[in-house]
Design a protein around this ligand. Sequence first.
Ligand code: HEM
Length: 294
Amino acid sequence: MLTKTGRRWLRVIHIVFVAGLLGGLASILIVNGLTNLNTREIFVANYSIYTLFNLVVTLAFFGVVTTGVVYSVFTHWGLTKHWWVIGKWLGTVSLFILVWIWLGPAINGMVALSDIARDSNRVPDVYYDLKGSLALVIWLSLLIMCFLIAITIFRPWGQRTQKYEMKRSMVLVLVSIAIVLGGGLGILGYLDLESYRNMKISSPDLTRISDGMYTGTLTHTGFEYAVAVRVKSHRITGVGMVKNRESKFAQWAEGVLPRIVDHQSPNVDGITGATTTSKVLMKAVETTLEGAIK
Ligand code: HEM
């Protein structure tokens, strides 16, 4: 069990992470509320939201849950002894669903769509749908957080009369398994994404490619992406998808295709929020052109 000083430090760290989560979500709400922006400013605003989410909100939430686990395992508050602590766990799970199942992908979508809009100078309607519901989800999250702070201060509903409290050793084992599994899968997924994000893309020598329509494929995580590239007078005059994943990320990543034609090279900036799939499509075009070289 934690000493009195230990509990005080835990409370400091817990409150700092809670403040980070509150501040991160409130900042996203404010930046999301900005209006009358041109397409470049819209992208910058969304890139800030994307960074706030991935850095501040993600780390703060991880910190809140970790200190919550320490509270439940190493202090007298326990896991299921008090109704308000149970309430906090349920509240934290609903926050997780709102923030990770909904808010994260929506923020990814908005930064990707605003990145593509920089080229086309036109922001699609789906972007404004996401923008509107993003504000709603953040208000709901902030409301849940205020409720959790209130039940921490007032500690309503008293102590649970219970016949059984999970042994601390059992809680520790379960928590450790969750951390090892979650952490392990997270690291594997991250390393895979990083391997693609850092993939080098070269610029094939177009002077050695004769006129024609060339098709090529690239397999990533078991899916075979297929592209078609049209070359005329040693210039890329068109790039299109023959086979792409149904996922939103894959659709957003197609934003790199017009950039490849503009830059006459597959080595272009990927679409923010869909970086990995952007790289896969760029590599598929590079491979196709390399294969066409006589
Ligand atoms: C992950 C689940 C969580 C658990 C198990 C948990 C548990 C606790 C416990 C036991 C305390 C100390 C109470 C005391 O000693 O006075 C505490 C303090 C606090 N918690 Fe949490 N918490 C969790 C998540 C959260 C979340 C998500 C928020 C914010 C929305 C939050 C906000 C606070 C605040 C503001 C305090 C300080 C209250 C004070 O200093 O009086 N907690 N929490």
